[in-house]
Each structure stands twice: as C-alpha cells, then as structure tokens.
Design a protein around this ligand. Structure first.
Ligand code: OGA
Ligand code: NI
Length: 333
C-alpha cells in the first residue's frame, strides 16, 4: 500500500521510508521470520466480564499452562481510552523533534530510534518510548510534555490497566490456589513501553523485537488491529491475532517462578508488515522492590519441590535481561 502524502511527509526523515531493506536490518537466515504463519485460532480469547464464574479461572489457567499467552475481551477498559492512548503515542512517534518533549532536565523517559536497537550487529525495525509508571503521581510529572495531553491520557490508561492487572492476577491466584492477598504488595504497571513498527518493504527479512521472555509478573499488551506478535508453541512460531479493543496478556518469568513452573513464560517476538505501521503498548506489571520472587509455599510439596531459587525483586531486576532467553533468577534450585 502506498502511503498518502501527509504520512509520507511525516515519515520522510525516518529510516524506513525506503524501497529496499537496508543491509543492517536483514537478519541472518536462521533468525529471520521468513513466510508469516497464519493467525492461530486456538490461542484462547477470554471474556472476563464473567470473571465470577469458575470456568473463567479454568480457561485462564489452561491458556497460561499451554501457551503462556491469552487475550482478554470485555475487560472493562473503555475503547475510547485505548484509542486516545494509541493516538497520543502515534503522535509522539511522528514528532520530528522527540527530544524537544523534555521536562526541564528531569525527564524519566527514554526514546530509542532506528539504530538504537542493534543486536549482534543487526538493527531492529522498531522505535520505542519507555518510562516508569510507579508511583504514578510522581512519575507522570517527568513524562513527555508533548504531544499536548500526553500525561493526562497515558496516566488514565495506566490507571485502567492497573485495575485490569489486579483482576487478572486475582484470577490466576485463585487458579493456582494461592492464599488470598498474595499479590497485594505489587506495584502494578511499573513500566510502560510503546513500540512503533513502521511498514517494512520485506517483512520476511526483518524483526521488530527479537525472541525473548518478559521478566514481569504479567504483561498486558495492546496491539490495536495490526498483528505482528508471535509466540513459540511446541517449537513453532504462531501469530497472535489482532482483535480490536482486546488485550494480549502473557505470563512473565516472575509468575512462572511463583507458580513453581505450573504456568509458563513463553518466548515471543514481534515481526513487521509491509502495509501499515503497527503500534504496540506493553505494560509490565511487577511487584514492589522488597517482594521475594519465589515459588509460593502452597505450591511446594514433597512431590513438587521448589524449582527456582528465591530472589528479592530488586535483585531480580539487576540480574535479569528482558531480551535474553534465560535470566539468572530463572535458574533452577
Ligand atoms: C515486549 C513485547 C511485542 C509487541 O515489549 O516485551 O514483547 O508486539 N512486545 O510489540
Ligand atoms: Ni515481550
């Protein structure tokens, strides 16, 4: 699809307004995605308005064990908030002078452009904006000041996703049989990370994000209506369908540890597409610094001994690498 002239003008100074993929973005054959797999229709889509029903818990648990991924619909976050947030983030990525969105030298956000994500000599087809969100009131003072309304819109989004994150953790907690209040001390959305994946002339050669596990408890991802997320299931990459207004939820390393291996933190990656830019918004739900990340007592028995070592969350963060396949804290006991 041709870009219209306004879009082309907005993107004109960027790396991706090209006919052919520049060499540094062409991944080696064994890593590049090649032909895209069809959308996977067995990846569960769970209606959580019915969260009081026992079968919702069962659906979530089955998906968390088998895929480490599921989608939620009727989650209670108003569609308008999703659209407003996606818009303000797209507007951020379209600003020619991102660095001018400063907050008097005390900014807490990081922007990474086209050549900021070099992995083993290869560049990712991606740009990213990342900032902390906890505690929200303090953090938001140091978020981007532009585009106008950024702080208000994004803080509303974070507040809503915090509520949803709590609901999902409660359901998983119930499914695992953890004691009531197990997740009471969590911070909620600790980090928000927004990605823009521009259209790419040859998506079979490039990657938006390399395969990785999330180091979070859970991650709540909004991807609008443009697919691009892939999950490794039984050694095969499968595509997560893009359902408008849905959220993709995935189990992170910490929840795998807490569950003593019952639920899984699955490998996933993002690919590009040739027709339209894809925006994704990842909210990483984490505990507070002094939370001990360890298999829950209720799940450690003589028959199923602890499979992971306890780690303070703040040390877990230091020893972990979001983009590495293994983390120190994941080492088995
Ligand atoms: C992430 C991630 C996938 C996507 O940010 O951790 O996996 O679709 N993103 O952008
Ligand atoms: Ni991820």
């Amino acid at each position: 699809m041709e870009m219209d002239s306004t879009a082309a003008a907005n993107y004109a100074s960027n790396w991706f307004n090209v006919q052919n993929v520049p060499k540094s973005y062409v991944f080696p054959e064994e890593v590049r995605p090649g032909e895209l797999p069809p959308v996977c229709h067995t990846l569960p889509v769970i209606d959580i308005t019915k969260s009081v029903q026992a079968d919702t818990v069962q659906h979530i648990m089955k998906a968390s064990r088998e895929f480490g991924f599921f989608q939620v619909i009727n989650h209670g976050v108003p569609a308008e908030i999703l659209l407003d947030t996606a818009k303000v983030l797209r507007d951020f990525f379209e600003m020619p002078e991102k660095e001018s969105s400063d907050s008097g030298g005390k900014r807490n956000w990081v922007y990474g452009g086209s050549t900021s994500f070099t992995r083993n000599g290869f560049d990712l087809w991606r740009e990213n904006l990342k900032h902390p969100c906890y505690p929200l009131k303090d953090c938001m003072e140091h978020w981007p000041e532009k585009p106008t309304g950024y702080r208000e819109v994004v803080s509303t989004y974070v507040t809503e996703v915090n509520k949803l994150g709590n609901t999902i953790l409660q359901l998983i907690s119930r499914g695992l049989g953890l004691e009531v209040g197990y997740f009471d001390g969590i911070s909620g959305v600790e980090i928000l990370s927004a990605n823009n994946y521009p259209p790419c002339p040859d998506p079979s050669l490039t990657l938006g994000v390399l395969k990785h596990h999330d180091p979070s408890l859970i991650t709540i991802l909004y991807q609008g209506n443009v697919p691009g997320l892939q999950v490794l299931k039984d050694g095969v990459w499968i595509s997560v369908g893009a359902i408008p207004n849905a959220f993709v939820v995935n189990i992170g390393n910490q929840l795998e540890i807490i569950s003593n291996g019952i639920v899984r933190s699955a490998l996933h990656r993002a690919v590009t597409n040739s027709s339209e830019a894809r925006l994704s918004i990842a909210a990483f739900i984490n505990p507070s610094p002094n939370f001990i990340v360890e298999p829950a007592q209720a799940l450690v028995t003589e028959l199923s001994p602890a499979q992971y070592k306890p780690t303070l969350y703040k040390e877990f963060v230091n020893g972990t690498n979001a983009f590495g396949p293994h983390t120190k804290a994941m080492q088995r006991a």
